[in-house]
Structures are given as C-alpha cells and as structure tokens.
Design a protein around this ligand. Structure first.
Ligand SMILES: [Zn+2]
Ligand SMILES: [Zn+2]
Length: 571
C-alpha cells in the first residue's frame, strides 16, 4: 500500500534517503488519521494573471472505487447522502443536463492536455503508466462532476463496428408507458399519502453446497469455480439487462440506486433501492427471465501454454487498427487471427454458441418499504455498508460472526483457500477483449501489444481484491436525484465556506489557469511525505476554524461533516 519514494529524493544524501521510507510511512498514517487522501495526484496550476505556479493535490479517484481508505470513507458518506436524496423523491428531477460549470470545463481541458502529453510520451516510446494513472484520476473527477457521455481521446482504441449478436428480449408483460420517474402513491381515507418503494437483492446461482455461516464449499472439488469466475466477470452486464427489462415491464422510467457487494461465498450480488413499487411476483418474474449472452470466441481449445507461446512480430507499419505488430505461432509461422477477425469468424458461424450465458439465481429478495420509515433508513446504511472494501477484502469472517477464536482461525483459512481457488479459476479466463489470455486460445487480444503473456493479464478482474468483478460498485440511474455526487460535495463546501465567512468565488475565466500534471519522473516533484503533511496541515487549519465557528454558532443545525475533506478550502 505504501507508495515507493519518488524520483525527487535521489539528490539527497544516502543517510537521509534511507530514513525516507520510514518518514513516508509516518506521513501516510498521519494523513489517514486526518482523513486526508494518501494517494494524491500532484498537479500544478499556472495562473496566467499573476504568473504564479501553485501546487495542488487531487484526491485519488473517489467515485466508485475504494482507492485509498480516507477517500473511500469520504466517498461512502457522500453516497449515503445521494441514496437518501433520491429514493422517495416526490417531484420529477430536473432532467436537463446542467451547463458545464467552470470547474467541469477546466477538468475537460486539463484532461485533453494530459491526454496529449500521454500520447506524445507513447510516441517517444516512453512509459505511460504515470500519465494513465493521472488520466484515470481526472476521469474519476469528471465523472464525479456529473458529466455524461464519452470524452474523446480514450487511452484504448474503440472498435469501429459492432459484431455483438442481438440479445433476445425475454417474454414479459408490459405496462403502458407513462412519462414519469416517480412511483405511485396511495392515499388513505384520512388523507395520508403513502409513497411505497422497493429494496431488491439479486444473487447469482449456486455453484455447489456452501457451509452455512462460513461461505466455503462443503466439497471444493464439486464446486463450479469456472462458472463462478465467468459469472463474476460478466455480472455487470446481467445487471444492465435486469434494469432494461425492469423498465420495459414497469411502464415508467424506473430510477434506482444500487451497489454490488460480495456475498460471504465471494460471489457478487446486487442491492437495489428502487423508486416506486411493483408487485413482488413481477420483480421475481423479471429476474427469472433476465439473462446475458457473452458473444466472445470459444476458449475450449488451449492452443498455447507453457513454453509454447505465440511470438510477437513488428509490422512494417502500424495498421489502422493501431496495432504495431502481430502474434504468430512460432512453429508454423502463421499469424494468429486478430480480435476483429475472430469476431468476424464468430459472426459468420451459424452454429456458434455464446461463450457464456449468465443468469440470476433463484434467490430473489424483494422488500416493500415506505418513505421516511426506519426500515428505509436502515436499508441506506445497508446499501453503503461495504463500499470502503473491495470484494476480496472480506476474506475473514466479520467480528459479529460469533465463532470461538480457534474455530474462527480454521474457517478463515478455509475462506482464504476458497478465494485462492477462485483466483486460480480466473487466471486463464479472458476478462475482456484486451485480455492477454486470448493468446492461450490462439487469438490476438484486441489492441495486442508486445510482451503479452497468457496468465499474466494485469486486468483488475484477475486480482485477489476484485475476485472477478471489475465493474462499478455503485450504480445510480441518471434521474435518481437532482444531484450528482459532485453536487453533494458542493453542498458541504458551500456550507463550510459560509461558516468560515469566506466568499464562494467561482473563477469565471476558464482560461485563467493552466493545469499540468506532475509525473513520477519530474525532478521538481514534491516528495510524497511533504504533500501528505501539507494536506494534513490544510485539513487541521480548516477543522480548527470550524470548531471555533461551531462553538459560536450554537443551536445552528450542522450537516454531516464527515465528508468535508474534499473541499477546496485549503488556506
Ligand atoms: Zn485518496
Ligand atoms: Zn484479463
């Protein structure tokens, strides 16, 4: 977790340098204790009016991912607020996209700038890891700023045509469509209006009998790890299909706030707060009818493994598909089909079967709730409970699993073994079209590059902390509330600025500042410990002033401030 000391330290005497990892460790702990991001992305802001350059630290990506613990914690608080906001909305949310704020504009410009530099670095044959990391961070900020649609200049090339097969629409009843996102209300004889809503939990099928309370298979040899791995990899697509089918049946523009959480057996499952209500039997019928087909080339036939692996060969000139070379069979000298060719082949084959078909399990839980009830409040806590953890962070039993210590140790070991087997099942499973594992089955991954080795894909899905699920952890429909996560941050920011008696100046000239990323190789980069402690100092100053004001403003209602460190209130 501790990042390595960065390049700027190499000018220091050895004695000082040797003590740095320790200093960094301490700085990380202090930052974490203060709720300050421990993996900040360093940028510089050049002010074209004053000619001054100021350092800034963007918090690490905070939208959907538990990147660093303080950011994850803060993000969880914001998500709670967002969930609460939309569940029982009684007026239609504003559907016009907000005009881009200046904040958003600079993010876009900054993103474009960084992308250009990244591409230049790539052209010069330099390592682009730092740039990609910075871009991912900025993308997260942009998403958090509530912007929709795609930005140009993604880091990976997009496929120019779609060969995806049509997915059949399941045979389900449909209601006449009405143009609303609000659920029905019911009025009691005394005039009280009830606004019912739903809390739905959807689970994947069984892969084998599980020991109750432990989450481990009774018979690991009989447990279908291969299927569990594929289901986890494609779970997010199944959720998309469920939402589409739900909207078809419901007849109104159903809005939801959902989280993907690990079950005790490590399979992902979905909790979904739905605005409005439908009969339980209908939700169950929709879940039962929902499926997703994965139209990828077959992987039954292992063509390359061990020492016998495809070999990379440079092309005389890169093709329009952007590949600088191809993989070939070292024995026959034949080029492996590219990803596009493999998909074309699949399309042309009338007998072809999908690589995988994923469905939900029979266990579908549907609860009806009423606006403002304690049950509804409790579900919000439930929805966001594990957001600070990755799927694979839940290996050990919870403290509230009432087991004696020796038994607990045995169970926890069994759980680790279970996770290891799942990771093993994911090792050679293609996680995406760009996965290096395609080489094992004789196909060049999409956008193939030199150095790809099957079994060593660096995709998130293969990693122990993700256990096959690399999708978003929080899924919020577009018209859930009037507010994007960024607006919830802005609410708190405005409140704090007001409390501090500071003006809420929004810089009106979007061209005033020029933002530049600072890479790990930049010799003038601020050492990470210094940046962390700077963050802590800013936060403490803000806190001290807040406490002062809090003491003065007695009786004034205080919002939940646990999420305030994303503020730009640095003194
Ligand atoms: Zn962070
Ligand atoms: Zn992969």
């Amino acid at each position: 977790m501790t990042p390595p000391p960065n390049g700027a330290d190499h000018g220091l005497p050895r004695v000082v340098r040797d003590t740095l990892p320790l200093a960094l460790d301490v700085a990380v702990q202090v930052a974490a204790l203060n709720g300050v991001c421990i993996r900040p992305i360093e940028v510089r802001r050049f002010d074209t009016c004053t000619g001054r350059t100021e350092p800034f630290d963007l918090p690490c990506a905070t939208t959907n991912e538990a990147k660093c613990p303080p950011c994850a914690q803060r993000n969880k608080q914001l998500r709670k607020a967002q969930c609460r906001e939309g569940w029982h909305l009684d007026v239609e949310p504003v559907t016009e996209p907000h005009p881009a704020t200046d904040d958003q504009k600079w993010l876009i410009e900054f993103r474009a700038d960084v992308q250009a530099r990244r591409d230049a670095a790539e052209r010069d044959g330099q390592d682009t890891t730092d740039w990609d990391e910075a871009i991912a961070g900025i993308d997260a900020e942009i998403n958090a700023a509530g912007m929709r649609g795609n930005l140009t200049g993604r880091t990976t090339a997009r496929r120019s045509r779609s060969t995806r097969r049509r997915q059949d629409t399941p045979d389900l009843p449909r209601r006449a469509r009405c143009n609303t996102t609000l659920g029905r209300t019911f009025t009691a004889p005394d005039g009280t209006v009830f606004r019912p809503s739903l809390f739905v939990t959807l689970t994947l099928p069984s892969y084998g009998k599980i020991r109750p309370g432990q989450g481990v298979p009774v018979d690991p040899a009989a447990y279908d790890y291969a299927r569990a791995a594929r289901d986890a990899l494609h779970f997010s697509k199944l959720v998309d299909r469920f939402v589409q089918n739900l909207r078809r049946v419901a007849g109104y523009d159903v809005q939801y706030f959902a989280t993907v959480e690990p079950q005790k057996r490590f399979a992902p499952h979905l909790h979904m707060a739905i605005r409005g209500t439908l009969p339980r039997t209908e939700i169950k019928a929709i879940a039962a009818a929902t499926y997703h087909q994965v139209w990828w080339p077959p992987v039954d036939d292992v063509k390359f493994e061990g020492e016998h692996l495809p070999v990379w060969t440079e092309r005389a000139e890169p093709y329009p598909d952007g590949q600088a070379g191809d993989y070939l069979d070292p024995v026959t000298g034949e080029l492996l089909p590219t990803w596009d060719q493999a998909l074309d082949h699949l399309d042309a084959d009338d007998q072809a079967e999908p690589l995988h078909v994923i469905r939900f399990g029979a266990q579908v839980d549907v609860q009806g709730l009423l606006a403002g009830s304690t049950d509804a409040h409790r579900r919000i806590g439930y929805l966001t409970k594990y957001l600070t953890k990755s799927l694979g962070d839940t290996l050990d039993l919870d403290q509230d699993d009432n087991e004696a210590a020796p038994t607990r140790a045995v169970i926890n070991q069994a759980r680790r073994d279970h996770a290891t087997r799942l990771i093993e099942a994911l090792r050679y499973e293609p996680c995406s079209p760009t996965c290096a594992n395609w080489l094992r089955y004789g196909i060049q991954p999409k956008g193939a590059k030199a150095g790809m080795v099957p079994g060593r894909c660096r995709g998130k899905a293969h990693k122990p902390e993700h256990l096959g699920y690399a999708g978003r952890r929080v899924l919020v429909s577009r018209k859930w509330s009037n507010k994007a996560l960024r607006d919830h941050k802005a609410d708190r920011r405005a409140w704090v600025l007001d409390m501090l008696g500071l003006p809420d100046n929004v810089e009106t000239d979007p061209h005033r500042y020029i933002w530049r990323p600072v890479t790990a190789k930049d010799p003038t980069r601020t050492p990470l410990p210094v940046r962390l402690l700077r963050g802590v100092a800013n936060r403490q100053r803000t806190r001290a002033r807040l406490d002062e004001l809090r003491a003065r403003a007695e009786g004034r209602p205080l919002p939940d401030l646990s999420a305030t460190s994303a503020l730009g209130v640095a003194a």
